[in-house]
Design a binder for this molecule. Structure first.
Ligand SMILES: O=c1nc2n(C[C@H](O)[C@H](O)[C@H](O)CO)c3cc(O)ccc3cc-2c(=O)[nH]1
Length: 324
């Protein structure tokens, strides 16, 4: 079975670990979000691609969910000693090596998709990991500018990582702008993988800044909608709050309520055939089905690989149900 998964960072990566366990013989292609990418210290950092690669390859810092296990921070400390920031983004020494290799290869002319393949040759994630695009797309967030003067603009756009990591999403987001998305082309293999898939899954990743950004690359949303195979999503919202992260903050920016049913309606029946909500949200099943999306309530907490594998199995079972 060929499965395509549109994935963000931690939630997507952990779901994929469960999916691999539930469907060990499946041929899995992951289309990774690159809107979170950031250029720091002259290096290109791809947080979501790396989180998937390290998680599936056994190199992730398990508790944190991002970055490397057994990490040290000598380079960051030395940069700080020179007064060179930002100091709010934690890049460890082992992780730096990944960004150096990536930046060096891009400088030599390789596209991000080829670089990702080369990095994965070391990590062997057991899936085909494709960036959504080889073109630069950078998610910016429009916030109130606390330093705005009386005459200047009252708002400013900051990089997603600045909003997420430095500001902890603590200020209201007025808009989410995937800069460059409109001009971006899907990376080689993305549209082909979608067209050849037997099932397409939306893991419990952020519907706005992760899956939403992937769908914003021209051609991707249309390819998913027209693939003619079951498209099944898992709610990242359980009991009206994000399972982890701050998805509620960015959902508010696009006018979507933080409920499992509202997120399903946000994707819509033109895209989604099936939607899994947590058992605590069983009351949402009827609303989702009324929107033309088949819905089931099952446990959705990714407490360990076995629990996550059961979620993945439920998603695949729902796919078969809607296919029938
Ligand atoms: O909360 C944090 N998340 C960090 N993340 C996670 C990342 O900011 C976000 O969780 C994702 O971009 C959202 O999917 C990193 C990811 C990397 O691959 C490399 C470095 C970081 C550094 C941080 C950090 O300092 N703080």
């Amino acid at each position: 079975m060929r499965i395509v998964v549109l994935a963000g960072g931690i939630g997507g990566a952990r779901f994929l670990r469960g999916l691999k366990s539930a469907a060990p013989d499946a041929d899995i292609t992951v289309i990774g979000n690159t809107g979170d990418d950031i250029h720091l210290f002259g290096l290109k950092v791809c947080p979501d691609l790396d989180t998937v690669m390290y998680t599936l390859g056994g190199g992730i810092h398990e508790e944190q969910g991002w970055g490397r296990a057994d990490e040290s921070f000598a380079v960051k400390e030395e940069l700080a000693a020179y007064g060179v920031g930002p100091d709010w983004f934690g890049l460890g020494d082992r992780d730096f090596a990944t960004h150096i290799v990536r930046t060096q290869m891009i400088g030599a002319g390789y596209p991000l998709s080829a670089v990702t393949e080369a990095l994965c040759a070391r990590w062997q994630p057991g899936v085909r990991l494709l960036p959504m695009s080889d073109d630069r797309v950078e998610t910016h967030v429009l916030i109130d500018d606390p330093e705005a003067g009386a005459d200047g603009p009252a708002r400013k756009a900051v990089h997603f990582q600045e909003y997420w990591v430095r500001l902890h999403a603590s200020v209201p987001a007025h808009a989410i702008i995937p800069v460059g998305a409109e001009q971006a082309k899907p990376a080689p293999g993305v549209l082909e993988a979608i067209a050849e898939a037997d099932v397409i899954l939306f893991p419990p990743s952020n519907p706005v800044v992760s899956i939403g950004t992937i769908l914003a690359v021209p051609g991707v949303r249309e390819a998913v909608a027209e693939a003619g195979v079951p498209v099944i999503g898992l709610s990242p919202i359980v009991g009206d709050a994000p399972v982890r992260g701050m998805a509620d903050k960015v959902l508010a920016a696009v006018g979507v309520e933080s409920t499992a049913a509202a997120v399903a309606r946000h994707y819509g029946s033109g895209l989604l055939d099936g939607w899994l909500v947590d058992t605590v949200d069983a009351g949402a099943v009827e609303q989702v089905e009324a929107a033309g999306i088949r819905c089931r309530a099952v446990p959705l907490m990714m407490t360990d690989v076995a629990a996550t594998a059961r979620m993945a199995s439920e998603a695949l079972a729902l796919a078969e149900e809607v296919r029938a």
